[in-house]
Design a protein around this ligand. Structure first.
Ligand code: KG4
Ligand code: ZN
Length: 334
């Protein structure tokens, strides 16, 4: 059978990324240009700056991806691109680049969902076995997604307020840590002990999450200490916050995996890079050996285009196509 090559583009937030994926599972090239340095001094992603960077970077990153693969556009079977969710101006750059390439080279176009991409990062390291459950934890999303077959996603639980990564970044800011704060909290947490009593939102009877109460509790504890002229211990605060987040995520994920009788649990999204989350999930799932735990390498957890190529390949095989009126959709549903 002839091989299939997908060229994938991702520009939904602050990484300009292009990848080439063979047969939906093999990374031929995977180039990511991060803008983190440009957003750092603002303490978060500035949408207008993100769009401008994407415009400057997208053709450079595209050429680099083709060069690294030693391929030309003629060998590509289809173009996959993140159509949403994300920052609308950022999405538009990727979508328009994808449309231009598809039109110029007469290639099929497939618009894909960013979160579906995060989940499919797992397919680049392991064959997916259904039914499965995916815990998606990123800067914009915290979701438990159930899948019975390729390309079909059922959200069984989600955050009612802040995403896990968002809570990490806001708490980090209160502790005067640089953006993005997740990795810094993770590092500090391992140097401290969970000595602060912080709340856990269990939302019993649902697989939903809530992190804004926890975030506020951290901010209030720091604020009250400062007013009394006391110092808080950042390592211990990071450890306490991380324990609270990880405890709720892992407990609810394990419960859902058992209830839905899944074969696999796939971890996905930027917060999947968290060492505390990874090790606690490993411990918890060691007790249910019938569920295979899959955790992607760090480079496939944060935003990249390889994951977009992985889901794009499945959708292309399923006959899904986008037309030339494809638009960036910041609120796209899974
Ligand atoms: O998936 P991602 O790259 O972008 C979105 O689609 O949102 O996720 C970025 C998020 C940020 O909030 C960042 O702080 C968080 O992932 N993150 C982490 C870690 N590494 C990245 N959070 C906790 N621990 C980490 N080690
Ligand atoms: Zn993401």
């Amino acid at each position: 059978i002839k091989e299939q090559y997908i060229l994938a583009i991702e520009t939904s937030c602050d990484e300009t990324a292009v990848a080439i994926i063979k047969d939906g599972t093999e990374i031929i090239s995977n180039v990511v240009a991060s803008q983190i340095e440009s957003h750092k001094r603002f303490g978060g992603v500035v949408p207008e700056i993100a769009s401008r960077h994407h415009v400057e970077q997208v053709t450079i990153v595209l050429e680099e991806a083709l060069n690294q693969a030693n391929m030309s556009m003629e060998q590509i079977d289809a173009i996959a691109v993140t159509e949403g969710p994300g920052l609308v101006g950022a999405l538009l750059i990727g979508v328009n680049a994808a449309k231009a390439i598809a039109f110029a080279h007469n290639k099929p176009l497939v618009g894909v969902h960013h979160i579906a991409g995060h989940i499919y990062a797992n397919r680049l390291i392991k064959e997916m076995k259904f039914p499965l459950l995916s815990l998606v934890v990123s800067g914009g999303h915290t979701e438990l997604v159930y899948m019975e077959k390729h390309g079909e996603f059922k959200v069984i639980g989600e955050t009612r307020d802040d995403a896990a990564g968002e809570a990490y970044d806001k708490v980090a800011r209160t502790l005067n840590l640089p953006y993005p704060g997740g990795p810094h909290i993770d590092r500090l947490a391992h140097e401290g002990e969970p000595t602060y009593k912080l709340p856990r939102a269990w939302l019993e009877g649902t697989y939903d999450f809530s992190f804004s109460g926890l975030k506020s509790a951290v901010i209030n504890t720091i604020h009250n200490a400062t007013q009394k002229g006391e110092q808080i211990n950042p390592q211990n605060m990071a450890a306490s916050f991380q324990e609270s987040v990880v405890d709720v995520l892992v407990t609810k994920t394990l419960e859902a995996a058992k209830e839905y009788n899944v074969q696999q649990l796939l971890l996905a999204g930027g917060v999947a890079a968290n060492k505390g989350l990874r090790s606690t999930l490993e411990q918890a799932f060691a007790e249910v050996p019938e569920v295979e735990l899959v955790i992607p390498p760090l480079s496939l957890c944060t935003d990249n285009a390889a994951m977009i190529g992985a889901i794009g390949s499945v959708m292309f095989d399923q006959g899904k196509r986008s037309e030339m009126d494809l638009n960036g959709n910041p609120g796209l549903d899974l």
